[in-house]
Design a protein around this ligand. Structure first.
Ligand SMILES: C[S@@+](CC[C@H](N)C(=O)[O-])C[C@H]1O[C@@H](n2cnc3c(N)ncnc32)[C@H](O)[C@@H]1O
Length: 245
């Protein structure tokens, strides 16, 4: 008799189109370069070698994105949750929750609290990106009663001022266009954070711009630094606190 396999949470591949594009472009260039090297002679071989080396760049970036999805994602989640210092917190917001990576992880660390995840569910930003995917992961991980999932834009959060003890976000803010709107999202984060609360933001681009916007909104930035060693991929992590009243 075959046993049904237990359901496993799945948090998807970030920017799947870009990831596949990098792998396809890299593979095509390396293959063309290698073929040229084998078949051509003289100076043409130098061109073929250059093509091969050029192709390695997108190929390696694509492989890094795959490795991040398979291993780096959960390591980065745990790093961000550590920095968030959840003990004592009762309310948390995850901005751009996607399939609920931070949302579900945070809810597990908030046995007496509640975690809310918001997203606009952009298909280009995450594979299988939907509120249903986040709800499914919450169910599999046994935290459904402690999470709320809502459709909302980071630039206009549908919450009152000072609603959350913690605000988290991973790989979301860089997607916001035009770029000045990323500061708008940071202002919203500062607004909904309670005095004494903490925000932790991870992104694959340097987080200094977010740090500037949060500082302008009155928060104290504790760190804004690379976490490539944690994510095994391009990653920056920012921590900022809202002064207690
Ligand atoms: C790369 S995914 C990361 C998802 C999740 N945080 C994770 O790490 O697995 C980026 C997410 O940000 C969401 N997003 C993009 N722009 C947004 C916006 N303006 N407001 C809210 N969410 C947004 C996308 O829909 C997507 O789910």
């Amino acid at each position: 008799m075959t046993q049904a396999r237990p359901e496993r949470a799945a948090y998807g591949y970030d920017a799947p189109g870009i990831m596949l594009g990098l792998l396809a472009t890299g593979t095509a260039l390396v293959a063309a370069g290698a073929t040229g090297w084998a078949w051509l002679g003289g100076v043409w071989q130098i061109g073929a070698a250059a093509l091969c080396l050029t192709g390695l760049v997108p190929f390696v970036l694509g492989v890094m994105m795959v490795l991040y999805a398979l291993y780096g994602k959960t390591r980065t989640r745990d790093h961000i949750l550590d920095l968030a210092r959840l003990s004592g917190a009762t309310s948390l917001l995850d901005i751009g929750t996607g399939a609920g990576l931070l949302l579900v992880g945070a809810a597990k660390g908030l046995p007496h609290g509640h975690a809310t995840g918001i997203d606009i569910w952009a298909a280009k930003d995450l594979s299988d990106n939907s509120a249903d995917a986040a709800a499914r992961n919450a169910r599999i991980e046994g935290v459904t009663p402690r999470v709320t999932i809502r459709t909302a834009d980071a630039r206009a959060l549908p919450f009152a001022d000072a609603s959350f003890d913690r605000v988290l976000s991973l790989l979301c803010l860089h997607n916001i266009e035009p770029k000045p709107d990323q500061s708008l999202a940071c202002q919203e984060i500062a607004r909904v954070l309670k005095p004494g609360g903490r925000v932790v933001i991870g992104d694959y681009v340097p987080t200094h711009g977010y740090a500037k916007a949060l500082a302008a909104a009155g928060l104290t930035v504790r760190q804004s630094q690379s976490a490539i060693g944690v994510a095994w991929s391009l990653m920056w992590v920012l921590v900022a606190d809202k002064p207690a009243r």
